[in-house]
Design a protein around this ligand. Structure first.
Ligand code: NAD
Length: 329
């Protein structure tokens, strides 16, 4: 395969960025079509490629050899199944689907296809800072991780955001990246919402996970942190710690103060991660060797399934044992 013809579904914030990356920064990829319910958005993201409102037609098109899904969460299940039925590799933005039953259908359909076709868009696995942390932890010198502290802060949540969405939209990234960093599964979670609740949403909320390998993971999700978008992790291990450095490339010293800068949202923070993820996806399709650190359909299922249980724990505020379904063989 010389280059891979890619069709992008959804041309909003994420889809437009993926289309731009595939058209101009990912080698071996050709952006051949963009579908969006809003044709003007599809056209704007498509550049010279085909623009359509019909996502199914895009999946079926002969020159679309691989599909990237960045339409709203509720559309993922149907579109991923359509890509599997067409035998085309598909990179689906998180979440893989809206509930565990839908994710199981996808995992089963992929197994029936007899070929791994689905990658879930948990791009943090390709983020250079997380990768350096994982290499340090896997190196062994730091010793066993006792506690991994994570912060997930957004500048301001939209008015329609709910406490459950803080789990399904934001915490879900932490669920995936921490089990990847620690190479383990979670056994239980305790949710501690901030006592000062406004509009029914507990913000910030603290989630304390216990893992099967005996580590703790604490995650602060703060959707209205005001100062910017900020994701941070620090692992405290038996012999020392490893943490992310400040995310900006530069710092300014002026008038007796030192300053670093925070972006307003996730795209500037994770731009490299999206690009490296998409490059690895395309390289895997071309070479037949899938990226080692990819988030699979099963990983997508795990994140959705645990998020469902944590949303329930938000209401009960009890320590909750976390369970996964049997993995289809
Ligand atoms: N990986 C990440 O860091 C990250 C960050 C933000 C969002 N996301 C995920 O990416 C996806 C898109 O989020 P967004 O922020 O770009 O949303 P958005 O609202 O900006 O864009 C969604 C686009 O999909 C279009 N659309 C709606 N229904 C459609 C359909 N049936 N077929 C084709 N297009 C349709 C809309 O017109 C819109 O242009 C969501 O699943 C979201 O959870 C991932």
């Amino acid at each position: 395969m010389t280059t891979v013809g890619v069709g992008v579904i959804g041309a909003g914030v994420m889809g437009a960025e993926h289309a731009r990356l595939l058209a101009s920064e990912v080698s071996g990829a050709r952006l051949v079509a963009v579908a969006d319910a809003d044709l003007s958005r599809a056209r704007a993201a498509a550049g010279g490629a085909m623009a359509t409102t019909d996502a199914e037609a895009l999946i079926a098109a002969a020159d679309v050899e691989a599909v990237l899904i960045a339409s709203p969460d509720a559309t993922h299940h149907r579109l991923v199944l359509a890509a599997i039925a067409a035998g085309k590799p598909v990179l689906c933005e998180k979440p893989l689907a809206s509930n565990t039953a839908e994710c199981l259908e996808i995992v089963a359909a992929e197994a029936r296809a007899g070929r791994e076709l689905v990658q879930t868009g948990f791009m943090r696995r390709f983020d250079p800072a997380y990768r350096e942390m994982k290499a340090a932890l896997d190196g062994g010198e730091l010793g066993r991780v006792r506690i991994l502290h994570c912060q997930h802060r957004n500048a301001a949540a939209p008015a329609w955001f709910t406490g459950a969405m803080a789990v399904t939209n934001s915490l879900v990234h932490e669920i995936d990246i921490c089990r990847w960093l620690l190479s383990t599964e979670y056994s239980a979670v305790t949710v501690i919402p901030c006592p000062s609740e406004e509009g029914g949403m507990s913000d910030p909320a603290l989630f304390v996970f216990e893992t099967e390998t005996g580590s703790l993971v604490s995650v602060e999700v703060f959707m209205n942190a005001a100062y910017g978008y900020h994701v941070h992790a620090e692992a405290a291990c038996a012999n020392g710690t490893v943490s992310m450095a400040h995310q900006g490339l530069t710092r300014t010293r002026l008038n007796g103060a030192e300053a670093g800068y925070f972006p307003l949202n996730w795209i500037p923070r994770f731009r490299d991660a999206y690009r490296i993820q998409n490059q690895a996806w395309i390289d895997g399709i071309r070479s037949g060797v899938l990226p080692a650190d990819r988030s699979t359909a099963w990983d997508g299922l795990v994140a959705t399934c645990l998020a469902e249980q944590i949303v329930e724990a938000l209401a009960t505020r009890q320590r909750t044992r976390l369970e996964l379904p049997a993995r289809p063989v």
